[in-house]
Design a protein around this ligand. Structure first.
Ligand code: ZN
Length: 307
């Protein structure tokens, strides 16, 4: 962008706020590899909310003075925008994924789609189908906690029966779960801004709410220990206790919204089951769906829960 000021201009040059380049046009190249529309829009909105508002402004780069005129050259500083955007983009979209827990630092490859398609699980809630919206699936950004969604959100009525997806042994059952105050929950979310990710203690002990974890051993997927998580429950069945063996399809509790913001205010809004499957081997830990593109992920989940 150039501005030409003819020689002899006596009016003071009024420099209002420099114009901005529409951020979409600059970000579209960087976000192009993200095929899924809703995920791309979500990540773009997150990037725009984190960049300084003047990041896309034109700045004076050069000036050429001649007898006839003075020409001012303006440009948007794409290099510095790129430096700011990359870490945010990498946080939310990286084909290799990020480590889900600070306990595991080893970079490893995830199970292949072929391996994962051998998984056969029972549905955690009878009526629910696999959600189509990518924001309800693994890998979706969760800007409010500076993290990434590891599971599947099934939006179902409050009090819907929740079942184990396969045989296993209970390793966590929060029978005595108490909701924290809204302020305390928010203070923890504020800390995630500084850490740049969701610390595992905040995620597991506060944000998941009343939860059940089931250890499926190495039986579900050869070579991997599988652990399924059922979060935001409103009730856990009395028989579900750590160390107890459960069968696939067995009732473990009822859906709710524990651990969510409405729950801290005593409101029943936003009830859903957050379900996820952790996979662990010597290489570390990943979640089911980590690193997969939307199309593969959606068909994989439908295939896994097909019976
Ligand atoms: Zn969720």
């Amino acid at each position: 962008m150039t501005i030409t000021i003819p020689s002899g201009t006596t009016e003071p040059f009024s420099s209002e706020d420099p114009p901005s380049l529409p951020p979409d046009s600059l970000l579209s190249n960087m976000l192009a590899p993200i095929i899924d529309d809703s995920l791309r829009v979500a990540i773009q909105n997150t990037i725009l909310s984190e960049l300084p508002t003047n990041a896309f402004n034109y700045r004076l780069k050069n000036a050429k003075v001649s007898e006839q005129s003075t020409i001012l050259y303006y440009a948007v500083d794409t290099a510095s925008i790129g430096k700011m955007v990359s870490p945010i983009l990498n946080r939310y979209w990286n084909p290799e994924g990020i480590q889900t827990s600070s306990l595991f630092h080893i970079k490893h490859t995830f199970p292949s789609v072929e391996e994962l398609n051998k998984l056969k699980l029972m549905k955690p809630c009878d009526s629910a189908t696999i959600p189509k919206l990518s924001k309800l699936l693994p890998n979706a950004p969760r800007a409010y906690r500076n993290g990434i969604h590891r599971g599947v959100d099934f939006y179902i009525d409050w009090g819907t029966p929740i079942h184990a997806v396969a045989d296993g042994i209970i390793i966590r059952a929060d029978h005595n779960y108490n909701e924290v105050s809204p302020d305390f929950r928010q203070s923890l979310l504020n800390k995630t801004k500084k850490t740049g990710h969701t610390p595992s203690d905040i995620f597991e002990h506060i944000l998941l709410g009343q939860s059940v974890y089931i250890d499926h051993g190495f039986n579900l997927l050869p070579g991997y220990r599988a652990v399924s998580i059922y979060a935001h429950l409103s009730h856990i069945d009395n028989t579900i206790q750590p160390g107890v063996t459960v069968k696939g399809g067995q009732l473990i509790g009822m859906s709710g919204n524990s651990g969510t913001e409405p729950a801290t205010k005593g409101i029943r809004d936003g009830a859903h089951l957050h379900w996820e499957l952790l996979l662990q081997n010597k290489g570390g830990e990943s979640y089911l769906g980590q690193g997969l593109f939307y199309d593969d992920l959606f068909s994989l989940l439908n295939n896994i829960f097909s019976y």
